[in-house]
Design a protein around this ligand. Structure first.
Ligand code: ADP
Ligand code: ADP
Length: 226
């Protein structure tokens, strides 16, 4: 059964611009879906509509068997990792990771367990008392992922999560994200400009242009040389 169903999703911004048009896609449990396409083709808009950060103009978003068009972001079984990490500067790593759970009134001992577990997986358990400004770019990226992991969401959304890292770290984190996907066994939707990332991570790749899906295929079919 499809974990996520996007049916004829369209986004028309208040200024009249149609950024996404009739987007149709069924995403199965545990898939690693990649959105690629030129800058401005509607990748982020689509991701943000799935997360609930942008209103859907028309069409239907189903998460599991629940129609989610009007469900608040915090009540969707989804977590998003942003390109700029969006960490709270005044909070420690621990509190950054715990914040979303506190918001949802998760019991303290459960929060503690999840934060420490996620920190261990991401190899940031020695950094829990630091504030974001005392972290490297790669470490900040891990905290941003940790904050998403502790939610134990059905679906992970990642909007160019590695684009602020240098080339070497990008390769390393790519491997880690792949391992994370295998370990968590959840659905990932990942936006990237990077063809190597798309090829190595994706189970399916969605190619977009001008707000419209051009093609959906496996990496090997999409990038095989004729
Ligand atoms: P991508 O992530 O593929 O680079 P986006 O989804 O960010 O593309 O943007 C898709 C298109 O929608 C772009 O042309 C962008 O300028 C436009 N857009 C984004 N946000 C708004 C907005 N709030 N109002 C009007 N147009 C917008
Ligand atoms: P969630 O898991 O619900 O996204 P977050 O801790 O990421 O929990 O964010 C909780 C709320 O705070 C959300 O409404 C989000 O938009 C907002 N938020 C997230 N990061 C920042 C930030 N750096 N500064 C201000 N608000 C933020």
């Amino acid at each position: 059964m499809a974990e996520l169903k996007l049916k004829n999703i369209t986004k028309k911004y208040p200024n009249g611009f149609v950024a996404v048009k009739d987007f149709n896609l069924d995403i199965a449990d545990k898939e690693f879906i990649i959105f690629v396409g030129p800058s401005g083709c509607g990748k982020s808009t689509t991701l943000r509509m799935i997360a609930g950060l942008e209103e859907i103009s028309s069409g239907e978003l189903w998460i599991g068997d629940k129609l989610c068009n009007d469900v608040a972001p915090k009540d969707r079984d989804i977590a998003m990792v942003f390109q700029n990490y969006a960490l709270y500067p005044h909070m420690t790593v621990y509190d950054n990771m715990a914040f979303g759970l506190k918001l949802r009134k998760t019991p303290k001992d459960e929060i503690d367990k999840r934060v420490r577990e996620a920190a261990k997986i991401l190899d940031i358990d020695h950094l829990l008392d630091r504030r974001p400004k005392a972290l490297s770019g790669g470490q900040r990226q891990r905290v941003a992922m940790g904050r998403a992991i502790v939610r134990e969401p059905k679906v992970f959304l990642m909007d160019e999560p590695l684009s602020n890292l240098d080339a070497k770290l990008r390769v390393q984190m790519r491997t880690e994200i792949s391992k994370l996907h295998q370990r968590l066994q959840t659905t990932f939707i990942y936006v990237t400009h990077d063809q190597t990332e798309a090829m190595t991570l994706g189970t399916r790749i969605v190619v977009m242009k001008d707000g419209i899906i051009q093609q959906v295929d496996s990496p090997s079919n999409l990038y095989s040389k004729p």
